[in-house]
Ligand binder design. Structure first.
Ligand SMILES: Nc1ncnc2c1ncn2[C@@H]1O[C@H](COP(=O)(O)OP(=O)(O)OP(=O)(O)O)[C@@H](O)[C@H]1O
Ligand SMILES: [Mg+2]
Length: 344
């Protein structure tokens, strides 16, 4: 059985001779959270508009639930579009309607009777944690609350796919966390497939199970988030996108760092461990088994797509062959960043 909900095959889209999307292909399985990331102008919004049937690619096909968006007659396209929810960066709420009124709109368009609508709106308000705000106006809400309304409205007609365009980019870090938590919960509880585009790697790292990286209209990575972020080698674009969230050697240590080993020097390494290795007390074992002082200079253990992933810069008082072998068992891609000569 084909579990993929979305199949994108060789799509291209150009604007006035400029190729915004160049031969892009990937699939999205049901229940996945796919993050699409890339720098400004990479083609993210162009891709999302094609996925949401708001625009047609010049070449290639997009198939959602077996329907080919690129060949579907206009009439059927309208009903398919109703099965796709959109969440926007700037919420796009109607200021002339209350919270409940905004959520009601797609239900009214779908022709749902009033009594049924009222029940559905109450369910949606409860799902997004806004039951007490039904009769407020958008102007009375915080950014995070507005986005919750946007999400409830997008979910109103029980879509099979939720498309989010920079859904958290207008929000502060704390509110971003609460919106990402909400999206992850909706994905878990409703099994809803989500495609979210963003330019923030931190957003991807926190909730995307799968990842597409775009650059100048080209797809340069596609796969499970953990595989791409945990890979030994990454493309320069991937590294650049990652660098903002990666641990760095503190400046005071960096100033002392030399490239070649010096007797008695401490060693600074970058240690990355995914899966079960990330849960092991590797550093304390180093101390107990080898009598080494291991100090974390930067980074720590975080989650990628709900799984622990350790990424840290560690200073070790010794780096014998036994210690190297031990650490390589946890991180085959371990890198020595330099040596800090002992103070005299
Ligand atoms: N309607 C349009 N008309 C002309 N050019 C367009 C149009 N839409 C997109 N483009 C061009 O296509 C390229 C990709 O744009 P797109 O908006 O998809 O990028 P993006 O990755 O969403 O960028 P951002 O992070 O800035 O939102 C850009 O060079 C842009 O100028
Ligand atoms: Mg965009």
């Amino acid at each position: 059985m084909d579990v993929s909900l979305v199949q994108v095959s060789n799509i291209s889209r150009s604007f006035g001779g400029h190729l915004a999307l160049d031969d892009i292909s990937f699939t999205v399985a049901r229940g996945e959270i796919l993050g699409v990331i890339g720098r400004s102008g990479a083609g993210k919004s162009s891709l999302l508009r094609c996925l949401g049937a708001l625009d047609r690619p010049d070449a290639g096909h997009i198939v959602i639930e077996g329907h080919n968006l690129t060949t579907l007659p206009q009439g059927q396209l309208v009903s398919l579009r109703r099965r796709i929810g959109f969440v926007f960066q700037h919420f796009n709420l109607l200021g002339s309607r209350t919270v409940a009124g905004n959520i009601s709109l797609p239900l009214e368009i779908a022709g749902m009777p009033r009594a049924q609508r009222r029940k559905r709106i109450a369910e949606l308000l409860s799902l997004v944690g806004l039951s007490d705000h039904a009769h407020k106006w958008p102007a009375q809400l915080s950014g995070g609350q507005k986005q919750r309304v946007g999400i409830a409205r997008a979910l109103a007609n029980a879509p099979v796919l939720l498309l989010c365009d920079e859904a958290t980019s207008a929000l502060d870090p704390e509110t971003t966390t609460s919106i990402l938590d909400l999206l992850a919960r909706i994905n878990r509880e409703l099994g809803l497939t989500i495609i979210m585009i963003t330019h923030e790697m931190d957003v991807i790292r926190r909730i995307a199970t799968h990842l597409v990286i775009l650059d100048h209209g080209h797809m340069i990575e596609n796969g499970p988030t953990l595989d791409i972020l945990g890979a030994d080698t990454q493309s320069p674009v991937t590294q650049a996108l990652l660098s903002e969230t990666q641990p760095r050697v503190p400046p005071a240590i960096r100033a002392k760092l030399v490239e070649t080993p010096v007797p008695g020097a401490h060693v600074v390494i970058r240690l990355r461990m995914g899966g079960t290795a990330a849960d092991q007390p590797v550093l304390s074992t180093l101390g107990q088994r080898f009598g080494v002082d291991a100090i974390v200079l930067a980074g720590g253990t975080n989650e990628i797509a709900g799984q622990p992933f350790a990424d840290m810069i560690v200073c070790l008082s010794d780096y014998s062959t036994e210690i190297q072998d031990f650490l390589h068992g946890f991180d085959p891609s371990l890198k020595v960043l330099g040596y800090v000569p002992a103070d005299h």
